[in-house]
Design a protein around this ligand. Sequence first.
Ligand SMILES: [Zn+2]
Ligand SMILES: [Zn+2]
Length: 141
Amino acid sequence: MSLRSQMIVQDIVELFGKKNIRLTPQRIGVYRYLIEKKNHPTVDTVYSFLKKENPSLSKTTIYNTVDTLEAAGLLRMVRASEGEVRLDAVMECHGHFVCEECGEIIDFSLDGCRLPDRLNQFQINNYEVRAFGVCPQCSAR
Ligand SMILES: [Zn+2]
Ligand SMILES: [Zn+2]
């Protein structure tokens, strides 16, 4: 294991401790995939990747793992085009560009991430900004 990935695992162990989540190889595997790749994968993509290292891994385990991490506030679901659910472990406020051709989701920062004053009296449970269009790679094709 490289020094860099050792540091990442240490960070994850610490973070899970803070959130009171029991450490399992599946939880570490899913979370680590998300923070390293930052590519907004589907659950199936993460599953196929982890299954290579652990052939006995079941899809149910991965779905349960995703649920646990979501409940702990360590990941969130992002809806791509046509309602496809994708995973994101970046919890700071940011927007998503969704390419309607290739389905790629790109993060972009939102200036300030401040809600308008007229929403002061409202309880906000989820706030998301999504931009849909065609990414440069797809435009060039
Ligand atoms: Zn594209
Ligand atoms: Zn994101």
